[in-house]
Design a protein around this ligand. Structure first.
Ligand SMILES: Nc1ncnc2c1ncn2[C@@H]1O[C@H](COP(=O)(O)OP(=O)(O)O)[C@@H](O)[C@H]1O
Ligand SMILES: [Mg+2]
Length: 347
């Protein structure tokens, strides 16, 4: 029995560009799928096909139990869509925007108004309810856009890069709202360029590249495949390097003595690949302490999107230019694109 969102062999070409090259997806009811991929991977095209905005050249899609190609109108009534191409009317106030959506869905004026007020409150927009959307910041617009998609509480939601270009605070706020939403049982397909975001919100992650799903699983499963989780320790005293290195090696992923623990003498830094997260980190700290090894720094380094991509595809996810232009994109790379950790992950 297919899930609330199901796709099989979706193909979509634009001239020479094979935007979708056989996308398969199956999202169980009440769960969140994160569609993770770099710019141009085919995320938006997938969402547009599943939401009836675009007709695939071939393949099959079922959403909320309805055939997307044969029953597009019914599908539209069962879904909410928010993201890059959803429209907020600049010249209407926040409240008017939401009321308009309600009326579009044939709600009575009074009910539409009540629903609008409820959403404005929930999305921290009550204070700005009577200002035109034109005056909103990028983060506020995203929230209004998301609120608009929720006016009629659809059973299936699609969000196309809901937080791309937002600063960390706005991103966090939006995550909270999204989590609330899915705790109510909504099935959600969310696209993102940030592993951290998929990690935070999604039950399952499908990694897309060149119009195909190249890997799927929980975030832990993907990270395990990437093999990129590492503990890094910087010891205070140079003479502790050997002892610390031997100690850390006991925790290395493939077991001790496999040569997986590396030492950078000049930095007094020891690195070992692990699987076990924060709990293991705490244990290592205790062990170091027990052995009287003083440390300057210790940390768990998780794979970044770069690492996951490099390991799965052999190429680095390119940072792309999105179209935000609202002054809030400074932090768009905060999700961990910067460091060239990829090389190490590929070893
Ligand atoms: N309307 C279109 N016309 C021509 N090419 C398109 C169109 N939409 C998308 N593409 C191309 O299809 C590929 C996938 O695009 P898209 O689905 O937007 O990727 P993503 O959302 O993952 O960034 C890209 O190469 C893009 O340039
Ligand atoms: Mg896109």
């Amino acid at each position: 029995m297919p899930g609330a969102i199901y796709a099989e062999g979706l193909v979509k070409t634009f001239g020479d560009v094979r935007a979708l090259d056989g996308v398969d997806l199956d999202v169980p009811e009440g769960t969140v799928l994160g569609l993770l991929g770099p710019n141009g991977a085919g995320k938006t095209t997938t969402v547009r096909c599943l939401t009836t905005l675009l007709r695939p050249d071939s393949g099959k899609a079922v959403v909320a139990g309805l055939d997307v190609l044969k029953q597009p109108d019914a599908v539209r009534r069962s879904i909410g869509l928010s993201g890059q191409f959803a429209a907020v009317d600049e010249y209407l106030t926040g409240r008017e925007n939401l009321q308009m959506v309600g009326q579009l869905y044939q709600m009575r004026a009074k009910a539409a108004r009540a629903r609008a007020d409820e959403l404005l409150e929930q999305f921290h927009l009550a204070d700005a309810a009577d200002r035109t959307a034109k005056t909103y910041s990028g983060g506020m617009r995203r929230r209004l856009d998301l609120a608009a998609a929720l006016v009629v509480s659809p059973p299936v939601m699609f969000m196309d890069e809901p937080t791309t270009g937002l600063d960390p605070r706005n991103r966090q706020q939006l995550w909270e709202v999204i989590k609330q939403l899915v705790s109510g049982g909504t099935t959600l397909l969310l696209t993102t360029q940030y592993l951290e975001e998929a990690d935070h919100l999604a039950h399952d992650i499908a990694v897309v590249d060149h119009g195909r799903v190249i890997a799927q699983g929980t975030s832990d499963q993907l990270k395990a495949r990437t093999g990129g989780e590492r503990v890094e320790v910087v010891v205070h005293e140079r003479e502790d390097i050997r002892a610390a290195s031997a100690l850390l090696d006991k925790y290395s992923l493939r077991g001790p003595g496999k040569g997986d623990t590396t030492v950078e003498e000049h930095m007094r830094k020891i690195t070992t690949p692990v699987a076990g997260g924060a709990k293991l980190l705490a244990e290592i700290i205790r062990e170091l302490d027990t052995h009287g090894i003083e440390i300057d720094d210790i940390g768990l380094r998780r794979p970044t999107l770069d690492d996951v991509f490099l390991s799965l595809t052999g190429h680095v996810a390119e940072a792309g230019g999105e179209d935000e232009g609202d002054g809030e994109r400074t932090a768009r790379d905060a999700g961990g694109r910067g460091h060239r950790s990829s090389k190490e992950a590929a070893k």
